[in-house]
Write a protein that binds this ligand. Structure first.
Ligand code: 13P
Length: 252
């Protein structure tokens, strides 16, 4: 089970450091089959990973984005090798906020995913439909298109058997709205994702974590974790406080 916190553009560095410290302390009460991951803003990564190191904690750390190129004239961007050199474990890619607010296409996300795998990072690729698309009855079609842009990318598929990759199903309408997908709605899409993974990757599909994101809280987390195809959660708001983030992880 992977319990991942996406801090988005929240918390000042000192707050992030305090939260990291609290999580390191709280992690000892979390069952050992649960991996806990934090994804702070870029500016906090060095300090937060130092805290993890100093506490000899198993807490994992990753970034929220990277560029598709390893280096070059891309003002304001951060590359996957730069993140890897800082000891990052994961990188979130293709979050719906990046797709919608920063116009990231499936193709751009696939190129970023390849860059991340090449650098030794584990990409968490976010996929999911908007409310409009759900109302149109095209959830599977949208999710399939997003998924196949990764799974049909030749260089990525060659990397997958040897490297980890995570998919996060995050219905856009459930993010930050308090309107979480029901566990059954989420499981339906997760089962569809698993089927697609099996078709493309065979037996390896069962090794890939598919996690749910969208208004996950301590009160509703357990129901998701009971679903056969849900392998964890990607959490926004509730990952900003140690108490709620640890309370979710304790149920995984
Ligand atoms: P919330 O948990 O705040 O709905 O955010 C989910 C999310 O976007 C995680 O990436």
């Amino acid at each position: 089970m992977l319990i991942a916190g996406n801090w988005k553009m929240n918390l000042m560095p000192h707050e992030g450091m305090m939260l990291t410290h609290e999580l390191c302390m709280g992690l000892s009460d979390i069952p050992s089959h649960v991996d806990m991951l934090i994804c702070p803003p870029f500016t906090h990564l060095a300090q937060c990973s130092l805290i993890i190191e100093n506490n000899e904690s198993q807490l994992l750390i990753g970034a929220q984005n990277c560029h598709a190129s390893d280096q070059g004239a891309f003002t304001g961007e951060i590359s996957a090798p730069m993140l890897a050199s800082m000891g990052m474990d994961y990188v979130i890619l293709g979050h719906s906020e990046r797709r919608i607010l920063f116009n990231e296409s499936n193709d751009v996300i696939a190129r970023k995913c390849h860059a991340a795998l090449k650098a030794g990072l584990i990409p968490i690729v976010c996929i999911g439909e908007t409310l409009e698309q759900r109302n149109q009855g095209i959830v599977n079609q949208v999710v399939q298109e997003q998924l196949l842009s990764i799974l049909q990318h030749e260089q990525i598929v060659n990397h997958i058997p040897a490297h980890d990759i995570v998919f996060a199903y995050e219905p856009v309408w459930a993010i930050g709205t308090g309107l979480a997908a029901s566990p059954e709605q989420a499981e339906d899409v997760h089962a569809f994702i698993r089927m697609q993974l099996e078709e493309k990757l065979g037996d390896h599909a069962s090794m890939i974590d598919v996690i749910y994101g969208g208004s996950v809280k301590p009160e509703n987390a357990k129901e998701y974790f009971l679903q056969p195809n849900i392998d964890g959660a990607l959490i926004g708001g509730a990952s900003l406080k140690a108490e709620s983030f640890l309370a979710i992880a304790a149920q995984a």
